[in-house]
Design a protein around this ligand. Structure first.
Ligand SMILES: Cc1ncc(COP(=O)(O)O)c(C=O)c1O
Length: 430
């Protein structure tokens, strides 16, 4: 193992982190190579710098006008150079400030500074690198984003073990299932990934359910289990009901117990409506984790970033920082929220009018981009039929569920969409 990795592991001693790290996570470090030598030169080499692998002209990056032309309002230095491995410091600080504003339960809690990665997929993937070994188990509710399979099962060769997301009555979250899944684990160690608002179901815990989830995790932690909880907050902010917990569970878990490490993976992708920018963030929170230990985890994570993508897009980070600090930002976010909320309300209204329909039974949802139907017959058969007979696209999840992204249908077309869904299901199964 590299000496720097050993030193970082040493710093982490005394926290829960060393017991949760994978072999790869233990080996990761941030080298004192080109990057740190360049940073040193930036401070001291006042005469000439011949360090980083970039081309310059005068004090500016060398660039092509035909590429620069359409970046109105940005200097070449905001567009063309490499971004730092962990991301632009100013963006990381603004993201953290915003995180606390949006999650007031985080107020006063110590966390790391968010690191910038290339979107949530990348953030989840390097978190998996850092914490999951071949053969490890990661718990996940049975409503989950399909890409977890590739990330955890194929890339990391760990096992996804699912537990029922909803109660048997389908009237809320199945907290007992989380409890049972933790109980069934051996070895004193657990990893769990929770995604709210959930893809595909569109459900987020109520305030009461959020408290219960944290309570269950704390109880297992108290009994000695070391727990890693990854919160995948891709759709954060789109909470449409009064009784929904309107924050990330990370806010409650960041200081829940000495045996719990929470990793918040979030990003600009959906929250800031910049799907193609590829900007995500990774933030650590654990009770009694010291600033030096957070810094050690930042270094390890930077090793994971450096060895996978090197650094995330510079122009995307510059644009995002400008947007987040713009005077009209909050107002524009409100506009987007209101637009999606109107669709949510409309979908609820349409579903209420079809509550007797047994072909398509909506599962509880209160947030996010999606809602899901439990289908009476084969969901894949319905999906194909919708495409062929009605030119309507939906997503079948295995054979039992049909996911509808109401986020991508204008409110005045929702009646038409749902009328077709019910009609097509009736044509197949009545
Ligand atoms: C639950 C969930 N997590 C993560 C992602 C990926 O986000 P990104 O595009 O930033 O990689 C998605 C995208 O669909 C998602 O649904």
């Amino acid at each position: 193992m590299h000496q720097i990795a050993k030193e970082l592991n040493e710093k982490l001693t005394g926290s829960v982190i060393p017991e949760l790290l994978s072999d790869l996570g233990k080996r990761f470090y941030f080298p004192k190579g080109i990057i740190s030598q360049s940073a040193e030169a930036k401070e001291k080499a006042k005469r000439l710098t011949a360090t980083v692998g970039m081309a310059t002209e005068g004090n500016e990056p060398l660039y092509l006008k035909s590429i620069y032309r359409d970046f109105s309002g940005m200097t070449p230095s905001e567009v063309f150079p490499y971004a730092p491995t962990g991301g632009e410091k100013a963006l990381r600080e603004v993201w953290k400030k915003e995180m606390v504003r949006k999650n007031p339960d985080m107020e006063g809690k110590q966390t790391s500074l968010p690191l910038v990665c290339a979107g949530l997929t990348h953030g989840i993937s390097i978190t998996a690198d850092l914490f999951l070994d071949k053969g490890d188990t990661i718990l996940v509710p049975d409503m989950f984003w399909g890409n977890y399979r590739l990330i955890f099962e194929e890339r990391r060769e760990s096992t996804l073990k699912s537990f029922p997301f909803y109660t048997p009555e389908k009237d809320g979250m199945n907290i007992k299932a989380i409890d049972d899944a933790l109980e069934a684990l051996q070895g004193g160690k657990a990893a769990l990934i929770l995604n709210f608002p959930n893809n595909p179901s569109g459900y987020s815990p109520t305030k009461d359910e959020a408290e219960q989830i944290v309570h269950v995790l704390k109880r297992h932690a108290e009994a000695g289990t070391k727990i890693l909880v990854i919160t995948d907050d891709a759709y954060f902010g789109l909470f449409f009901e009064e009784d929904t917990y309107p924050q990330s569970l990370f806010a409650l878990l960041a200081d829940a117990h000495e045996h719990i490490l929470a990793v918040k993976v979030d990003g600009a992708t959906k929250e800031e409506l910049v799907w193609g920018f590829r900007i995500g963030f990774i933030t650590y929170g654990g009770k009694d984790v010291t600033p030096e230990q957070y810094e050690a985890m930042e270094k390890k994570t930077m090793g994971a970033i450096r060895s996978s993508i090197s650094n995330a897009s510079k122009p995307a980070q510059s644009l995002l920082l400008k947007g987040l600090t713009s005077s009209t930002y909050l107002e524009e976010k409100q506009y987007a929220f209101d637009l999606l909320e109107k669709r949510y309300v409309k979908v609820k209204e349409i579903l209420a009018a079809h509550s007797e329909d047994k072909n398509l039974v909506p599962l509880p949802f209160n947030s996010g981009y999606f809602m899901t139907f439990a289908t009476r017959g084969d969901a894949e058969q319905l999906r194909i039929y919708l495409l062929d007979a009605y030119q309507v696209g939906t997503i079948a999840i295995q054979h039992d569920y049909l996911r509808i992204a109401f986020s991508s249908v204008d409110v005045d077309r929702l009646e038409e969409l749902y009328e077709i869904l019910y009609r097509a299901a009736g044509e197949l199964w009545n």
